[in-house]
Design a protein around this ligand. Structure first.
Ligand code: DAH
Length: 340
């Protein structure tokens, strides 16, 4: 029996020495100490040992069992410690490493222009008045004095939802909505998205406008010039000059188109302004009496000024973007350049 124990002990020593993983160690423990293992098997053989030797041999087996149990416990503890150390090493964090840069979002160029204008006009006592993007024919055309046969009503220009309901083609609808809602006198700007069936390098089916209007007594074209001069100097720079050119819009009489000195060449003449030194940025005028009447106000008592500008167009001029689609393709290489 003593021989057998020696042999098993040598086996255990050798196997535990070779073991490199916890699972192997557990297998060895099972092989020797489980109910069907080699050490309990020795106990079962105790019956065949002569009676007088039994206590001594039994003691020997028990001591061997205790030794093996302690050895496995010890080894398992070492393995567990080693595994923990490895995990700590793998999960170690170098607190001196520089942090990863997180990209923060920023304003879209059209939003930048819109906010600059809103800032300038609210500074002059205007309020922001937003109307719906889905409009009816009355607010988009009829009330604005656009005749029934005006080409702008053409189905090729306007996205109609039904015969009467459409996606607004201009923020001038804000004039009508404001007159229906607010008590004169008032001053509003109405920025927002507008929609037209138009798609090329300088036109997109969705773009942005900002309408402005003033309703008060005895307003004239001279009052308009001061306002629009502020607008131009806000968006471009303080040396920007404006000029009025006579034009026609159904909702204003007289109507003007407003040019600013070219933001690229400052009036000398370049390819952007086609050599003229001037660039058109908005339409404006004294509100047509019919429009004031259509909204239930007395045109003999109230006068109005109105202007409308394309925010995308202004952003393109200001930032030198030559294709409107670059603003809406969502390409971060483009948009990143407007980080302030
Ligand atoms: N609504 C016009 C457009 O979309 C722009 C405009 C022109 C607005 C003259 C006005 C105005 O208020 O007086 O082209």
């Amino acid at each position: 029996m003593e021989e057998k124990i020696k042999e098993l002990r040598a086996q255990i020593d050798e196997m535990t020495c070779k073991a490199t993983r916890m699972e192997e160690l557990k297998d060895i423990r099972f092989k020797f100490l489980s109910k069907s293992g080699s050490i309990p098997a020795l106990m079962k053989q105790l019956g065949s040992v002569p009676k007088e030797e039994r206590p001594a041999v039994g003691k020997l087996i028990n001591e061997f069992k205790t030794w093996a149990t302690e050895l496995f416990d010890e080894q398992e503890k070492l393995f567990a410690q080693k595994a923990l150390q490895l995990r700590y090493a793998a999960e170690a964090v170098d607190v001196t490493m520089p942090a990863k840069k997180h990209k923060a979002g920023h304003m879209h160029p059209v939003t930048l222009v819109r906010n600059e204008l809103i800032d300038a006009f609210t500074g002059m006592g205007f309020t922001v008045f937003e109307g719906p993007e889905i409009e009816d024919d009355f607010h988009n055309f009829t009330a604005l004095n656009v005749s029934a046969d005006h080409p702008a009503r053409d189905r090729q220009d306007t996205f109609y939802i039904t015969d009467d309901i459409l996606l607004r083609t201009q923020t001038s609808t804000g004039q009508i909505r404001a007159m229906e809602t607010l008590k004169p006198p008032f001053k509003i700007v109405s920025p927002g998205r507008v929609f037209r069936c138009d798609d090329d390098g300088t036109h997109a089916p969705m773009f942005h406008q900002m309408e402005g209007m003033v309703i008060d007594k005895n307003l004239s074209l001279c009052d308009l010039q001061g306002l629009l001069d502020t607008l131009a100097k806000t968006v471009f720079d303080k040396d920007t000059k404006t000029r009025f050119r006579p034009s026609y819009f159904p909702f204003t009489e007289p109507s003007v188109e407003v040019d600013v000195t070219c933001c690229e060449c400052h009036g000398k003449g370049c390819s952007l302004c086609k050599g003229t030194g001037w660039i058109e940025i908005l339409g404006a005028g004294v509100m047509n009496r019919n429009v004031i009447k259509n909204c239930g106000l007395d045109p003999d008592e109230w006068t109005g000024l109105a202007f409308g500008t394309g925010l995308d167009r202004v952003a393109m001029l200001k930032y030198g973007v030559n294709n409107i689609h670059l603003l809406y393709d969502g390409d971060v290489r483009i948009l990143d350049q407007f980080r302030k």
